[in-house]
Unconditional design. Structure first.
Ligand SMILES: Nc1ncnc2c1ncn2[C@@H]1O[C@H](COP(=O)(O)OP(=O)(O)O)[C@@H](O)[C@H]1O
Ligand SMILES: Nc1ncnc2c1ncn2[C@@H]1O[C@H](COP(=O)(O)OP(=O)(O)O)[C@@H](O)[C@H]1O
Ligand SMILES: [Mg+2]
Ligand SMILES: [Mg+2]
Ligand SMILES: [Mg+2]
Ligand SMILES: [Mg+2]
Lengths: 212, 333, 333, 212
């Protein structure tokens, strides 16, 4: 079993929908420990990706779709999340190269490259209360699932669930990167907005693969 | 809270529309890609200063575009740093061949987006230098944080480096003056009531009626602590102590004092703050040599103020006094 | 609401203390009797402009003391016009033998106190003329009211008459230019949220979350009506219609547009207002020739803005463009 | 029976006390249909009169005390009320000339001169919702009481009561002078602050005469 460019397109569409639905909630999370714009930023970026998808040729490869989505996010989200998610998708695109069918190993490579891109740009380690705290457990879970012979859809579901757990697990943490790092102990008890949007995007990836 | 706006998502563009209409003699606004450029840019042979960041801090930065200050400003969405393509477009629009200096406030988003823009600009054959502004002493600069934030001191860097560019300094020299200003200044603010995000109608933070946020960031980020509301003089003394002890400023130092309103504070209160700050500086033996009072780096309509102290030398005084003609700062012409 | 103040009854003096400390190059403050005088006053042979009124409207009027504008300002208690003895003291301090022009906003208190001061000054051998400023079209000028109020247009009268005095015009000529400016301008404002009186901690008026005061006065006095909150453009259209139809301004008229913030409104909103106002003027065939945007005549920290439209002629443009160097307005030097 | 300078001094002292006690209420009345400063203004002015009284020689005439109080009010109240009350006391001082003992007729003349001074400066007629609406019925009542042979204390009591009734009667009126004139119909239902302070000052005059 494998996933193709249609899956990437659906992933982006699902992401746009779920981020729109959660715009206010992400905004609230970011108001609590940041500056309140994360919901707006993600929504604006993925609305732009939706328009971009319309312009993508039918025969585009997964890597091409990812690259165009990445460029769109970089030029529409702004803030910290824009370069981070943009780099993530850019590195994911590099990882899958010109493949047209993505098997489990490719999916894991894609997720890992995305995470590595974020770490490269943002220099955050696990436990610093950022989106990395959702990405890294997701990559690990995906890798285990792949090792256990799961389908791409199963791998993505495992990643999404681990990503959600990772986002939730940011709540007790003190932040050491990004805007929330100024809060010190006052960040405790609040979920990191970027980790939450990562969890939503990972679920969108899994949902997009469900009927694939 | 009520605002004089039309559409929460059109706030930035519409305010820029007004800026363009009111100051056509100084600047022009490009709406897509969005940036504000000095009228007559590019100026061949002169270093061009470009700054930018999230909107909601007006007049920062667009209000400082013009003679003797910025060549271009790149306003992002409210509280969201602009994207690299916009910074690149502004860079191309104002590069006069002598290179472009990016003045970047130290926020993860600003740093990352300007970094990418610099890569793209260099790729396009434009010489770019970047200077990071991080004057806010509210939060410790340690490996446990994203580092000190850039706040109202940005205005001083833009003014002084802008004057150096205007007199024809080379890129490296303008950048080094900008770094010198940044290294010689410290700031800190206090918030009494948060601004309201136009798109959600919600305050960026909430304080009790008797609380203030000591060391508030200019996006409503927290500072050192929430403390009980005190008389202005007591608050100013705290701010001056935090700022002056940090560099540290020493007796005999000549200083510039900026008292900056955060958007919803009337001028009379800024002068009450200035009064005590000037006294507190004198008590420390610092020599108040230049002053600036007004709302220059705001946080929507936040109530509160920040203080910035800059240690001066003869060259900085001369560059400060040099003519400037922008929407928000003007003298000498 | 919280304020950055020490003692509610010391607000005026302490703010003046800050003004004096920040702008010693421009002005000096006398605390008892309380007035603000231009540095170097009296200037022999030049007409001296004196204005004043209740405090709480900063930078009006003390922020406009200096070269090319006022010779002195007399700030009363918050919202309370100053007493005749203070006006007289300021008059004596700045009279350079060429006479003194009082610029008085049309409020019963201001009129009565300046009237008495003028009597006293004339009795002391000083030539005094008075010009009444009544630009606010919000309230009908009829035998049923105290007449039109003077609001932000005062800034334009002070600037232009100040330039006439600076170039050496005689008292009668400066007074007649001031009257011409007053007759050629109209203003009106809108309030979204009232300011808070420092001594009582109470708002000067209370509006529902979806209400605005259309035509609000700058002490929070009521205007034409309370109407539902509307988009900024709709509010601006109402204001422009009320103002432009009143003089009336005719197609082809060159105009100066002042968008004035009332104290708690951030600059971005003022530019959103300016944008639409400029469009609305163009639609009426009026030629936007000069612009001013900022918070110049405020009402504590009231949220809202006012528009002022002045019909220009060549002489008024020239006087407007003449150099001015005050705490709140500066150009040409 | 007659009143002397001691009465004027006591009148001023009583006025200062009652205005201080009613500072907040006068402020509230003025916030409702004006700019909120009337309580502050009157209190500030009469606190200054209190200090001035300390400096007045023991042998001062009623007219001298009134004149010094008038000058103090003019230079400390400001706003509309300062010149109006100042002129009132100045004219009252003129009316009693150098008399040392004020009989009923003098008291009426004093009150009438005060009212006329206010009308001279402020040009308000009865019914325009100003302090004149308290002063004029007070003067009329004083005049009647004097005609009926009342004592100075009785005359002042009659004036005070009529003044109070006059202040209350401003409530249904539309204002045509002062700051409240901008309110149109919205002034209806609110008592004029200046009429109220006048009533308080007239009661102070009567109270000061009680033990005289
Ligand atoms: N250095 C970093 N590394 C990884 N993620 C980061 C870093 N800095 C910030 N983030 C993520 O970005 C999120 C904030 O995004 P957003 O609100 O859109 O940007 P901004 O902070 O510029 O307003 C945070 O919740 C966090 O997850
Ligand atoms: N023209 C006038 N004639 C008589 N009384 C007046 C006039 N204008 C105002 N007043 C009185 O002055 C009072 C307001 O005084 P105050 O609040 O101290 O001054 P201001 O209106 O300048 O703030 C009003 O309530 C009214 O009684
Ligand atoms: Mg954010
Ligand atoms: Mg942001
Ligand atoms: Mg008043
Ligand atoms: Mg009043």
């Amino acid at each position: 079993m494998s996933l193709d460019a249609t899956w990437v397109v659906e992933w982006m569409r699902h992401s746009a929908r779920v981020l729109a639905e959660n715009r206010a909630e992400l905004g609230t999370l970011d108001r609590e420990i940041g500056d309140g714009d994360h919901g707006e930023n993600m929504d604006r970026g993925f609305i732009a990706v939706l328009s971009e998808l319309d312009a993508i040729p039918d025969d585009a490869t997964p890597g091409e779709v990812l690259r165009r989505a990445a460029m769109t996010l970089i030029s529409t989200i702004g803030g910290a999340a824009g370069p981070l998610y943009g780099t993530a998708l850019l590195k994911a695109s590099d990882a899958v190269g010109s493949e047209t069918q993505l098997d489990g190993a490719s999916i894991v490579a894609l997720l890992r490259a995305a995470r590595d891109g974020i770490v490269l740009r943002g220099k955050a380690e696990v436990g610093e209360k950022t989106m990395v705290d959702s990405w890294t457990p997701a990559v690990d879970a995906a890798s285990s699932a792949e090792g256990a012979g799961e389908s791409p859809a199963g791998i993505l579901r495992a990643a999404a669930e681990a990503g959600s757990a990772g986002a939730e697990a940011t709540e007790p943490l003190i932040a050491r990167k990004g805007r929330a790092s100024y809060l010190g102990e006052r960040a405790i008890g609040h979920r990191d907005p970027g980790a939450q949007s990562t969890a939503l995007i990972l679920h969108a990836a899994a949902d997009a693969a469900r009927n694939a | 809270m009520k605002k004089l706006i039309n559409d929460a998502r059109a706030v930035v563009d519409e305010a820029l529309g007004g800026l363009a209409a009111a100051h056509a003699d100084i600047l022009s606004v490009s709406f897509d890609p969005r940036y504000v450029a000095r009228r007559g840019a590019p100026i061949v042979g002169k270093v061009a200063l470009v700054s930018g960041g999230g909107s909601g801090h007006e007049p920062l930065h667009a209000g400082f575009v013009g003679l003797g200050m910025l060549a271009a400003a790149v306003p992002g969405a409210i509280f969201t740093s602009p994207t690299p393509d916009l910074v690149l477009a502004a860079t191309r629009a104002v590069d006069g061949g002598a290179g472009v200096l990016y003045l970047v406030k130290n926020y993860t988003g600003d740093v990352l987006n300007f970094e990418t823009a610099a890569d793209l600009a260099v790729g396009a054959g434009i010489r770019v230098e970047s200077v990071l502004i991080n004057d806010d002493v509210a939060v410790e600069d340690s490996s446990f944080t994203a580092g000190r934030r850039g706040i109202a001191g940005a205005v001083l860097v833009e003014k002084i480096a802008g004057a150096a560019a205007e007199r024809g300094d080379f890129l490296e020299s303008v950048a080094s003056i900008a770094r010198r200003v940044n290294a010689s200044m410290r700031s800190m603010g206090v918030g009494l009531r948060a601004g309201v995000l136009p798109y959600s109608g919600e305050s960026t933070f909430t304080l009790a009626e008797d609380e203030i946020e000591f060391g508030v960031g200019m996006h409503g980020e927290p500072g050192r602590a929430r403390i009980p509301l005190e008389p202005a003089d007591a608050i100013v003394d705290r701010l001056v102590a935090a700022i002056a002890d940090d560099l540290p400023f020493a007796p005999g130092d000549r200083v510039l004092l900026l008292v900056n309103g955060l958007g919803g504070t009337p001028q009379s209160e800024l002068y009450i703050v200035f009064r005590r700050a000037a006294q507190a500086l004198a008590e420390r033996g610092l020599v108040l040599t230049r002053s600036l009072v007004g709302s220059f780096a705001t946080s929507l309509e936040m109530q509160g103020a920040s203080l910035t102290l800059l240690r001066l030398d003869d060259e900085l005084v001369e560059l400060w006094d040099a003519p400037v003609h922008t929407a928000a700062l003007r003298w000498g012409c």
